[in-house]
Design a protein around this ligand. Structure first.
Ligand code: AMP
Length: 363
């Protein structure tokens, strides 16, 4: 079985490493050959070679949304999740409109395509504070502007593209769930609590501390949503918890950063479950092994492995990427004995990150 993955980033890299253990072969399609997945047994193809990539793959999937649409369309008959699922994320507007029309809870939003339209919407509706997000190519906090007062609109004076203007949610928590679905069953993973800084996930803790009622509501939304989009694959759903209610912030029909903890803290990783789902193999029931802290290593050199692994029950992952501002270079999973340990580990990892000479990203 040859599995083609569009996108050569860390999500594909970890999927390939897991799938190789299971006897699968992989092809990867990306803009360049210099991608994390080139450090795996996968054969890498560039976008110019998409026909060959298609021919040599039995099943095709994606680990990244920002791919040339015509190329993804070409793969359609072998594609899992579907081309429609892929298209859902091509614009934040189509994603939010779909969710809202289908009755899923989302923050209030408007669409605009020029500065004057944004100004008009905000003034006429007294829509402040708000978050402005470019509808295309936005991830990890890219293309986002926080408007807390009218003067902040200055920042987007030169805006010349479509944006959504979203109600600012003063959330108590951010949580996410991952669900996998094949043609005959679905399974959800334990819910994680996520901590972002400037739009980037810095660390997460699983299980999230939320009450049973909220947990059930989140699971039900995951199940309903996966059915309503006919998901075959894996999907992450990010939520804001706000006054005991939940609102969906984003979805992604691929493995997700908030699921990296499953590599060590869960009986099955999101990467294996993802492969099982797209290949229509039996899914495993994810069970928490131990509460887990996942810390992203953002924009740093490789830390001292001895110091990292000295932390009890810690596991280290490195994606072979060139260092760049705000870039996720690797992550650490730490299985926890108690809640007190969280603060200690966050502080310890922040020190290690300082020690390799970058801005401390964990606070
Ligand atoms: P996104 O790229 O939409 O996932 O946003 C990245 C992060 O920005 C989220 O995880 C939140 O921490 C923050 N954020 C996004 N939208 C909102 C909002 N409407 N209100 C408050 N915070 C937000």
């Amino acid at each position: 079985m040859k599995i083609g993955i569009m996108g050569g980033g860390q999500l594909g890299f970890m999927t390939i490493l897991r799938g190789t253990y299971m006897g699968f072969s992989f092809n990867v399609l990306d803009k360049t050959l210099n991608v994390p997945s080139s450090n795996t047994p996968a054969k890498i193809y560039t976008f110019e070679q998409y026909e060959e990539f298609y021919k040599n793959s039995d099943v095709i999937t994606f680990e990244f949304e920002h791919l040339p649409i015509e190329i993804v369309k070409y793969m359609e008959d072998k594609l899992r999740p579907s081309f429609e699922n892929f298209m859902l994320k091509q614009s934040r507007y189509s994603e939010k409109s779909f969710l809202s029309k289908s009755g899923f809870p989302v923050p209030k939003f408007y669409i605009a395509s020029s500065y004057s339209e944004v100004e008009k919407v905000i003034k006429e509706n007294n829509f402040i504070p708000a978050v402005i997000k470019t509808t295309k190519l936005g991830y990890d906090g890219k293309g986002q502007y926080y408007i807390k007062k009218l003067e902040d609109l200055e920042e987007i004076k030169n805006l010349n593209e479509e944006v959504i203007i979203e109600e600012f949610i003063s959330f108590e928590k951010e949580v996410s769930i991952i669900i996998a679905r094949n043609e005959y069953e679905f399974k959800t993973f334990p819910i994680s609590e996520n901590f972002h800084k400037e739009g980037i996930l810095v660390y997460n803790i699983t299980p999230a501390k939320i009450d049973e009622k909220l947990k059930r509501e989140i699971e039900e939304i995951a199940i309903e949503l996966s059915k309503s989009i006919n998901l075959i694959g894996i999907m992450a759903i990010e939520f804001f918890v706000y006054k005991d209610k939940i609102l969906i912030n984003e979805i992604a029909t691929r493995p997700h950063n908030s699921g990296h903890w499953t590599l060590d803290g869960c009986t099955i990783s999101q990467f294996e479950q993802f492969l099982r789902a797209i290949l229509n193999l039996p899914l495993s029931s994810p069970q928490l092994i131990k509460p887990t802290l996942m810390i992203n290593l953002i924009d740093i050199k490789k830390p001292d492995l001895y110091e990292v692994l000295k932390l009890n029950n810690s596991f280290f992952y490195w994606y072979f990427k060139d260092r760049k501002k705000r870039r996720k270079m690797g992550h650490i999973n730490i299985l926890l004995d108690n809640d007190q340990a969280i603060k200690f580990y966050l502080a310890r990892v922040a020190e290690l990150v300082d020690a390799v000479g970058s801005e401390p990203t964990v606070r």
